[in-house]
Ligand binder design. Sequence first.
Ligand code: NAD
Length: 317
Amino acid sequence: MKSALVCGAGGFIGGHLVGKLKREGYWVRGVDIKEHEFAPTQADEFCLLDLREEAGCQAALALDGGTFDEVYQLAADMGGMGFIHSAECEIMHNSVLINVHMTHHAARMNVPRYFFSSSVCVYRDMQPGEPELTEADVIPANPDNEYGWEKLYSERMALAYGRRYGMKVRIARFQNCFGPFGTWRGGREKAPAAICRKVAEVEDGGTIEVWGDGSAIRSYTYVDDMVEGIYLLMQSDLEGAVNIGNPQYVSVNELVTTIAQVAGKTIHIKHVDGPVGVQSRNFSNARICSLGWQANFDLEAGIRQTYPWIEAQARGI
Ligand code: NAD
């Protein structure tokens, strides 16, 4: 039986990834600084550890009788645009410490395969209609925020340790990911969850506030598709960073319209000042698609899975 360590298993994507690895027949240890807020863990073993500390990383990696076959590093101090703009120092401090120690000790403990969760925030801003950027177009680097710079540095560190220690490093750059069992309130939630919550809380015909003018272009990837991509990539020979994202690009206004349709409500939008991030996104998925990956959920199908869960949470069910 293969063994896997999932760092960030108390979080949204890490929690779903544990479920995927269990379905694939792995023995899984999950690690996080907190328990999962919304669902019991499916991991065989769950450890509460602070991965900013070297000792925490060493304890996470220690396994009786050898090393983990696969390590998935998804732990990060992380949130939506509101958090990214207000917590620059925490992001750069905490996430870089997690990655410095985890990469160093995984390599020195001869972990054969190491996955790092990066983000399309490593790329520069784009204008609507610009041709796709490939992974190589990240250079010359000009991320829009410090979260992106931290990811870029940690990608390069993982690749350097991979070269030195012969560790097979796999790096995914995630587009926006959404689905049930993710943060939906409290300041760290991302746009799809925040808008689902606002729509759930307002009456039919009501008005919700949306940051910016609603024209920013994004793609939103349903979490099941993301987790399939992570797993395929980890099993593959693809070296270097790999974008994973739904090829359907929509404006924030269109995101609101889709959520309102799924909710069966007429919703009016009041645009207010707030952190919006980049204007536009358009990335090549050719590398992940070369492994047979495709997005099985378009935006509406993903929202149909997500909205009822957030609505039930908002109603306190
Ligand atoms: P999340 O916040 O739900 O999960 C991250 C987990 O890391 C949390 O449970 C948190 O408690 C844990 N963590 C933070 N500091 C820790 C520490 N010191 N020690 C141990 N655990 C710690 O976020 P997510 O959406 O599941 O994202 C997972 C990964 O994917 C992150 O690296 C994130 O940057 C990346 N990513 C996510 C998205 C997205 O849209 N969700 C997009 C791009 C990249």
